[in-house]
Every structure is written in structure tokens, then in C-alpha cells.
Design a protein around this ligand. Structure first.
Ligand SMILES: Nc1nc2c(c(=O)[nH]1)N[C@H]1C(S)=C(S)[C@@H](COP(=O)(O)O)O[C@H]1N2
Ligand SMILES: [Mo]
Length: 553
């Protein structure tokens, strides 16, 4: 009986392992084929991307904040990895069930397909063809599953077992007696489909799995190649931006302090933060792009990219900040933007009485609401096409994005923007407002210590404590630093490049030995002191004073 058990268990294990492998490969084939078809229908129709996108939209705010804070720009990689791991576990389980009952395997694939199709179908701007990748993937995977499971069921060692196994027919899936003695659930079903003498056996299983792996890799690889033609990098490189009709005022001498480790006045493309809900960066062709102004306007306006470039373009320096930026965080960047005047465009369309909101939409379906009053109050709100002397980088909204100085990105900075609907706050809510974030949010006055870094070990003597402070559209008038809660020392401020940008500051410290806490606070251009009250990023941005602890030895 013991021998019996061990034969049964080993056999069950082997079959389960083969089943798991069969399930994994069927899933790989599904994804490969889906990728291939998505290479024709477009990157957003890929089921993994769609499921990820749906997951982002359904993610509760605390989890989303946790992800942004703890994984930063890697949050999307973490999400995709999570989806693939979950899919793999699901596929393996389905495979294990399928060697017992083929119908279970096919049902598993159907579930997989249903999740994929519903994710794709609920994504913004979908067309009917977008479900094709998922459907094709599931169809081909069903066929693969059939072959994989079929060959996983046959086992060359069954024959040996038959010869030595006390006459018990180990070739049939498992007799109820065996399964009971082996402590395993009774096999639910079908008779052995494979004759041990003619069945594929181990070599057959290897051939079928290898074929499935090749199919998955080849279709996936071909899909990747096809998807490249959706990339707009070449179209972006071909854009010639006209020079500015209104140049930015000359940056004053002394706007940049020379302190190693201090954030530069202008943030390079490589270090400019990126925040959006997109798993794949939207690829928007400037040839197909249009901007439509609709809603409560006297006349609707539609502009092509060429039309936009013919408008007088304004250069403007401004700092963009994300509402998810923690005190001391890095989701803020400063750039020289180039774009058409948004208030001028809205005035051309004619804003009707009673309208108080501009609801802008990106090609990714993101909706962003901005108060009409704020846009029209004289600040330099733009439909921007350039950033730091180049076309907008694709991940920062190419070919065009909205920008309004002084407001957090989620209420002002619509990337890949294609529609401006003039409407009311009462009638329409934007994406983040629906998720509980403040309807309107002015960027809080913030100051950040860039150097020395937290927990730095420094030598006693002169040390440059330095960082940036921002209160976009109000400007910064003063920055102060204290050591260990002592008196506040006024820092040296770099010259201001307007009121919409951050300002560098520096305080020379004669550091004594020991463990010390440095703290910073700013005063904005209106004379208001940055609040010390600690608040989290939800629902309208973090507040509090930044501090770092350093060891001086
Ligand atoms: N289309 C679109 N625009 C968007 C977003 C988005 O998810 N989709 N995110 C907004 C948020 S929350 C911020 S903070 C800024 C970030 O802009 P950046 O990635 O260029 O730094 O873009 C805004 N514009
Ligand atoms: Mo943001």
C-alpha cells in the first residue's frame, strides 16, 4: 500500500507539474498572439495593458498614493509585474485542473478572455477591433491548451507502472481506489486519451511544449515589431517649432547658485518627473491631432497642429508640481515652455455666461477640470508644444498639453490634450475629483533641502545647506533654515526667474560635530509663511516643513 501511495503521489505530482507547465504555455501563447494582433489594432488593445489600465482606474486612493510614494516612477513596472505574476499563477492552476478535466482548462481560458475583453471594452476611446487581440489570443490558446494538456496526460512511466503495479491499470487517469489511497481528489472525468504504446509520452510532451514556447515567442516578438510603427518619435523629431512671438524674459544673472547637488533652475528632460495613469505612453501623431473647443462657447473651434503652430507662441518659465508630491519629494520640475495662449483661444471661442469650468481631456481619457476664472485672470496659461527648447517629449504630452501656472498638475496640466469643454463644476466632474481629490487646488508654498542629503555623513566646518522653494504664481520672498529647532537663519536666495518658477536658496552652515536636524521654511510673494501643519497628499497636496538629519564627524 505504501508503494502504491508513493507511485500514485509521484505520478500525480508529475502530471500536476506538466499540467502547470501546459497552463503557463497556453497563457504565453495567448499573450503572444494577442500582442501580434495588437500590433495591427494598436498598443492599447493589448489585454495586459488594458487590464493594467483598468486596475489603475479601480485602485483605491490610499493604495495609489502608497504606490506613487514607494515605487515612484516604477509603480507601473510593479503593477505590470503583479499582473503577469497573477496571470501565471492562474494559468498554472488552470493547467493542473485541465489535465484532470479538459473542460476546466477551457473554462479557465474563458475567464481569462472575459477579464481581458471587459478590461479592453471599458478603456477610454475603444473601438470594436480592440477586443480582437484578446479574442484571438484566447482562441489560439484554447487549441494550444488542448494539445498541451493532451500530451501532459500521457506519461511514459505509466507503462513501467503497469508492468509492476500489481495489475492496477495506472494508464487510465487514476482509478477511484488509487486516488483515494493516494489521498488525492478523485479524477473528475475523462478516460485516458492516450494509449501508452502510441501516445506522445515524454518526448511528445517536450515537442508540444517547445512548439508552444516558440509560437508564444515568435508571435510576441512579431507583435513588438509591429507595435513600433505606432511610435511617434520620428514624427516628433520632424517637427520644426517656430520661434517664440513672445520670448521669455532673460533669466537674471544669479538665478543659479553653484552648489553641488542642488536642483538646477531648469530640470532636464531625464530628471523631470512623470505622473500619469498610462501604462504605455500615448503615441499621438501630430498629423492626426486636433484640439476641439466645445460646450458653453459661442462658436466651437477645432485646430490642427499646423493651425496651432501658426498662432503667436509664447515662451514661459514655470514650475509644475504634482499633488502627490510629499514634503521633500521630487514630483516637481521647472521648465521653459512654449505654447499658444489658452485665454486667447477661449476668448476666440467665446465663453458663455454661467460657465465656470474648463474640462480638458487627453487621448488617454484623462479628464482635468480647471476654473475658468483662474485661466482668465491674467496668468500665462498655455496650450504648450515645446519644453526646454524642444518639442514636448512624448511622455510629457506630445504634441500638445495644457499648463496653468500655480495649479497642481491634476487640475491644470492635461497631456496629449485634444478637447477643452467649457462647462460648469456643477454638471461635470474630472477624473481625480471623482476619486475624492479637491475640485481646485493651488500649489502650496513648499521648500526642500537638496543638500546635504538625509542621513549624510559630513565633516565639521563650513557646509552649504541648499535647495529649492516654490509657490508658483505667488513667488518666493524668503527662505529660512534652523538647526536642531534653534533660531531661524535667513538663507541667501538666488535671483528670481519670474514668480511662476521655483527659486534656489543656500545657507552657509558652520557644522559642529554631532547628530543634527536641519529644517527649512519659505515665505511666498504675498508674505504668507509656509505652514508647519503636516498634511498628506490627499485630498489637496502635502504641507509641512522639510527636514533632514545629518551626522557631522
Ligand atoms: N492626459 C493626462 N494628462 C495628465 C495626467 C494624466 O494622467 N493623463 N496626469 C496629470 C498629473 S497628476 C500631473 S502631476 C502632470 C504631470 O506632468 P508630467 O508627467 O509632464 O510631469 O500631468 C497631468 N496631466
Ligand atoms: Mo499629479
Amino acid at each position: 500500500m505504501t508503494k502504491w501511495n508513493s507511485i500514485g503521489i509521484r505520478r500525480t505530482l508529475r502530471r500536476s507539474l506538466r499540467g502547470a507547465l501546459a497552463g503557463l504555455l497556453a497563457a504565453a501563447v495567448a499573450l503572444g498572439v494577442a500582442e501580434l494582433v495588437a500590433g495591427i489594432t494598436g498598443p492599447l488593445s493589448s489585454p495586459v495593458v488594458a487590464v493594467g489600465g483598468a486596475a489603475i482606474d479601480l485602485t483605491p486612493i490610499p493604495v495609489k498614493d502608497f504606490a506613487i510614494v514607494h515605487f515612484g516612477s516604477n509603480d507601473k513596472t510593479v503593477l505590470l509585474t503583479g499582473i503577469v505574476v497573477m496571470l501565471a499563477v492562474f494559468a498554472a492552476v488552470v493547467g493542473v485542473l485541465a489535465v484532470r478535466l479538459m473542460a476546466a482548462g477551457l473554462a479557465g481560458l474563458a475567464v481569462f478572455g472575459a477579464v481581458g475583453v471587459s478590461a479592453v471594452a471599458t478603456r477610454p476611446s475603444v473601438s470594436v477591433t480592440d477586443v480582437l487581440p484578446t479574442l484571438a489570443g484566447v482562441a489560439v490558446a484554447s487549441a494550444s491548451m488542448f494539445f498541451l494538456v493532451h500530451s501532459a496526460r500521457s506519461d511514459p512511466r505509466h507503462r513501467t507502472a503497469t508492468l509492476t503495479g500489481s495489475g492496477a491499470d495506472l494508464v487510465t487517469p487514476v482509478t477511484p481506489v488509487t486516488s483515494v489511497t493516494a489521498g488525492m481528489p478523485p479524477w473528475t472525468g475523462e478516460k485516458a486519451a492516450v494509449d501508452p504504446k502510441t501516445g506522445p509520452g515524454r518526448r511528445g510532451f517536450l515537442t508540444v511544449t517547445a512548439t508552444a514556447a516558440v509560437v508564444a515567442a515568435a508571435t510576441g516578438g512579431a507583435g513588438e515589431l509591429l507595435l513600433r510603427r505606432f511610435n511617434v518619435a520620428a514624427l516628433r523629431a520632424a517637427v520644426r517649432l517656430p520661434s517664440a512671438a513672445v520670448k521669455a524674459p532673460t533669466v537674471p544673472a544669479g538665478a543659479s547658485l553653484k552648489v553641488p547637488g542642488l536642483s538646477p533652475l531648469f530640470t532636464s528632460e531625464a530628471s523631470f518627473y512623470r505622473v500619469d495613469t498610462d501604462l504605455v505612453v500615448p503615441q499621438v501623431s501630430p498629423e492626426e491631432w486636433t484640439l476641439r473647443m466645445t460646450g458653453m462657447v459661442d462658436h466651437e473651434i477645432e485646430l490642427s497642429f499646423a493651425d496651432l503652430l501658426k498662432l503667436p507662441l509664447i515662451e514661459h518659465d514655470m514650475t509644475l508640481v504634482c499633488v502627490s508630491n510629499e514634503v521633500g519629494g521630487s514630483y516637481a520640475g521647472n521648465a521653459r515652455w512654449l505654447g499658444a495662449s489658452l485665454p486667447t483661444l477661449l476668448r476666440k471661442a467665446g465663453i458663455r455666461r454661467g460657465a465656470d469650468q474648463v474640462l480638458s481631456t487627453g487621448t488617454d481619457g484623462m479628464t482635468i477640470s480647471t476654473a475658468v476664472d483662474t485661466i482668465m485672470d491674467g496668468r500665462q496659461a498655455l496650450i504648450a508644444v515645446g519644453m526646454n527648447g524642444q518639442s514636448l517629449p512624448v511622455q510629457h504630452g506630445f504634441p500638445a498639453r495644457m499648463l496653468v501656472p500655480g495649479l497642481y498638475g491634476y487640475v491644470s496640466a492635461t497631456k496629449w490634450v485634444t478637447q477643452l469643454e467649457v462647462t460648469t463644476f456643477a454638471s461635470q466632474q474630472a477624473y481625480w475629483t471623482q476619486r475624492g481629490y479637491a475640485r481646485q487646488a493651488t500649489i502650496h508654498t513648499e521648500s526642500r533641502i537638496d543638500v546635504p542629503q538625509p542621513l549624510a555623513q559630513i565633516k565639521p566646518g563650513p557646509v552649504a545647506v541648499a535647495g529649492v522653494a516654490w509657490a508658483p504664481h505667488r513667488g518666493i520672498s524668503r527662505v529660512e533654515v534652523n538647526v536642531d529647532g534653534g533660531p531661524w537663519h535667513t538663507a541667501k536666495l538666488a535671483a528670481a526667474d519670474g514668480t511662476d518658477t521655483w527659486r534656489q536658496w543656500m545657507w552657509p552652515w558652520d557644522a559642529p560635530s554631532g547628530l543634527h536636524t536641519l529644517q527649512v521654511r519659505a515665505t511666498d510673494g504675498t508674505g504668507a509663511l509656509q505652514t508647519s501643519a503636516r498634511a498628506g497628499v490627499f485630498p489637496s497636496g502635502a504641507t509641512g516643513w522639510d527636514s533632514v538629519v545629518v551626522t557631522v564627524t
